[in-house]
Design a protein around this ligand. Structure first.
Ligand code: BGC
Length: 741
């Protein structure tokens, strides 16, 4: 059923009156849309989902929501209504594309009511519903909302409303090829509220600071004269003059307008849009006309499960920024950023961050849903595109090394963190198809992304500041490709083993051996060094076990030396950075890892923190004191990828690690590795078995530990070097003092 025949806003309002002859015993409303909907019954909102029904490959799958609506119904006359928005279905998505899936929103609902006499009353969307447009003249994810309060429809979803001028809806056939399924994964909700502070204001322009960069929108209460046009703009940072810096938003208008009724206090929060911002500019109102302004934080409703804290306050702010990067970008799908005209499910970004994400929040069902999106986006040939959902966005069948591999790495990580076999079962066939795609279409002699295979080879070590001067960095893309191909094969061998497919496990182990061999032949010199010389090439070779024996020590020494030459500053991009500290620690350079982690000057993790960041920046040089903001064409201040260091803080700084052979923290490894300036650190995680926690504190040359092992789990304490042997810990709380032996 469709609303307005127009392809863009105004948002259609839909309405249907009906009679219930008996009191209601039970009632269920099952509802969905192509686009976005909000439902009302007798003047009350149904449910609290935002942006329902969520984003899927609408040409294949649409999710419905189901609500108990008995409390909203009554015997006698009733009204059900809906407001529709364009959303991802036909609004602006990614680089200014619109109408990706269709021309206008559509709505589908069914209500089943059990009446007091045990008879059923059913209502479906059909040609008896009526439609009109109202105050929402436009509501678009990237552009914002235009709301004309003078056109409000009053009690439109109540029985005493005279629906004059409402017209019959257009009825459309259901596309039978599309599967309509119950919602999977957490819905987006209004999660938190922030009270912004007025930081500058003259009569015509008020600027507010929310103190936090986030995804959401502003709710405003105002009292002013009729016809006043109030304009709200949003930005992540201010320019040197104290004005909003919006150039990095590119084609996203990110502006909301409200035209006032002028009859007392008007409260308004846009419906089908969100912005990524910290600052709000209000024009058209005097300070005293703003009765209240609130920042409404929106994201997929996931429980915070992790906690990390230590004696370095800057690292604590870094952890805060990582968590807020996650909140801002886990909105229906894992997006790269929430502010500019992009906001897409970049596979590479999700892949590098998934492990950290699973510490901070319960992301299990969020990833179940997104991995299904990944399967839906897989091409006929088995390729995985760079963004998911993908629909006429990039039209690329291969996301390239470290991007497409999300299809292997993400489910495996969810399995490790939650002990969730199901995600492996669901995804196995798709993983196999991807491996075949690589073998058949992307490799020559086990070298992946070889330049002669295809013109398109990938994003390289995206945004590495390694002297190359290009976004892809200096590490050869085929080196990254072959390393990740080996990694995929190793993971798939494990997955096959978990699923009891011994033959497949053997096949992928052998494949891994062949790829590793090809990798060494092509990229490792006879001395055991990486021919490419970049840090990321060394990091990948070491992390993925592609160099062995003595060569390992040599390569790790070279890596540490190169970092020292840069005075302990970062030079790696999206691909190398997540494993950098891990590789250093594993190869005896814990001190170097801590120097990088605690580095405060540019480029480093703490440079943005020192400069007031409240989320993770897309680029190490997103802003520098010398130059100001990076190139406006690609510069987000809310990208989570470099926040992937968070996992290292949990796993190594505090020392809370899983055992891959007993996933889901059935067996916990407590392995604190104190270093740098830290005198104490602590982490906790609400694991599938209960709360696991560790705190360590230096006591002279000793270490005092406070460790909690959840009921139903077991743990092993692996002390830092020099502090004695590993020991088993049972469930319960342990107060342990480690001394140098
Ligand atoms: C996005 C990324 C993404 C990259 C790939 C950017 O525009 O914001 O985070 O991974 O493109 O090249």
């Amino acid at each position: 059923m469709t609303g307005s025949p127009r392809s863009s806003a105004p948002c259609p309002f839909l309405r249907k009156t009906f009679r219930l002859e008996q009191p209601v015993k039970a009632a269920r409303l099952t509802v969905t849309a192509l686009g976005m909907y909000e439902c009302e019954i007798n003047g009350q909102r149904v449910g609290d989902h935002v942006f329902a029904p969520g984003w899927t490959a609408y040409d294949k799958r649409v999710m419905y929501q189901s609500h108990d609506v008995a409390p909203l119904l009554r015997q006698g006359e009733n009204v059900i209504g809906a407001i529709l928005g364009d959303g991802w279905y036909c609004g602006f998505v990614g680089w200014g594309n619109r109408q990706l899936y269709g021309d206008r929103p559509r709505f589908l609902a069914q209500m089943d009511v059990l009446l007091a006499d045990e008879t059923m009353f059913s209502l479906v969307t059909d040609g008896t519903w009526t439609t009109t447009t109202g105050p929402i003249r436009e509501s678009d994810l990237l552009m914002g909302e235009i709301y004309d309060a003078r056109m409000e429809l009053g009690r439109w979803s109540q029985t005493d409303y005279a629906a004059e001028g409402w017209e019959p809806v257009l009825v459309d056939a259901i596309n039978k090829a599309v599967s309509i399924e119950e919602r999977l994964g957490p819905p987006v909700r209004r999660i938190e509220q922030i009270t912004p502070r007025l930081i500058s204001g003259n009569q015509n322009q008020l600027i507010y600071d929310c103190g936090q960069n986030f995804s959401g929108r502003a709710r405003i209460s105002m009292r002013t004269t009729r016809d006043t046009v109030v304009r709200l703009r949003f930005a992540e940072i201010l320019d040197p003059k104290g004005e909003l810096y919006t150039e990095n938003l590119r084609a996203a208008r990110v502006t909301d307008y409200h035209i006032c009724r002028g009859d007392g206090v008007e409260e308004w929060e846009p419906r089908f849009t969100f912005h990524g911002f910290r600052y709000i500019e209000v024009r058209g109102l005097k300070p005293e006309e703003v009765v209240e302004l609130t920042g409404v934080v929106l994201h997929s409703d996931m429980r915070v499960t992790g906690h990390f804290k230590c004696s370095n306050e800057l690292l604590n702010q870094l952890q805060h920024n990582i968590l807020w990067g996650q909140k801002s970008n886990f909105l229906e799908i894992p997006t790269d950023c929430p502010q500019r005209d992009e906001r897409l499910g970049w596979t590479g970004d999700a892949q590098v961050f998934v492990r950290t994400a699973a510490f901070n929040m319960d992301v299990r069902s969020f990833f179940h849903k997104w991995m299904r999106d990944v399967r839906d986006a897989q091409t006929a040939g088995g390729g995985i595109p760079p963004v998911v959902p993908e629909h006429n966005l990039t039209n690329m069948e291969d996301g390239g090394p470290a991007w497409a591999d999300a299809t292997i790495i993400c489910p495996w990580t969810i399995y490790l963190c939650y002990g969730d076999r199901k995600i492996l079962e669901n995804h196995y066939e798709s993983m196999e198809r991807f491996m075949d795609f690589l073998a058949q279409q992307r490799c020559i002699g086990r070298i992946r992304a070889h330049w002669s295979v295809a013109k398109w080879v990938g994003f390289g070590d995206w945004l590495a500041l390694d002297g190359s001067g290009i976004c892809e960095g200096a590490t050869p893309v085929d080196l990254i490709g072959t390393a990740f191909y080996a990694y995929d094969a190793a993971i798939l061998a494990e997955v096959a083993a978990v699923l009891g497919r011994a033959d497949d496990a053997a096949k992928y182990r052998q494949l891994h051996g062949e790829i590793a061999e090809a990798f060494r032949r092509r990229y490792v010199t006879p001395d055991g060094l990486m021919a490419s010389g970049t840090q990321t090439s060394a990091v990948l070779a070491l992390h993925l076990g592609l160099v062995e024996g003595e060569a390992k020590g040599l390569l790790a020494r070279e890596l540490a030396h190169d970092i020292e030459k840069r005075q302990f500053h970062l030079a790696t991009g999206f691909v190398g950075t997540p494993y950098l500290l891990e590789v250093l620690e594993e190869n005896g350079y814990l001190d170097v890892a801590y120097k990088l982690l605690e580095q405060e000057t540019f480029p480093s993790w703490l440079y943005p923190v020192k400069n007031g960041a409240t989320t993770i920046w897309e680029r190490w040089d997103g802003w520098t004191a010398e130059r100001g903001p990076q190139d406006k064409s690609m510069n987000s201040y809310n990208h989570y990828a470099y926040g992937a260091v968070g996992a290292w803080m949990y796993r190594t700084v505090a020392g809370l690690e899983l055992d891959p052979s007993q996933p889901g923290y059935r067996h916990i490894l407590f392995r604190p590795r104190p270093g740098g300036s830290l005198t104490w650190a602590e982490a906790s995680l609400d694991t599938p078995h209960g709360l696991a926690a560790i705190r360590w504190e230096r006591e002279g040359t000793g270490l005092r530990l406070d460790v909690t092992v959840p009921e139903g789990a077991q743990a092993t304490l692996q002390p830092p070097t020099g502090y004695g042997e590993a020991r088993a810990l049972g469930a319960g709380r342990h107060d342990i003092v480690l001394t140098v032996v």
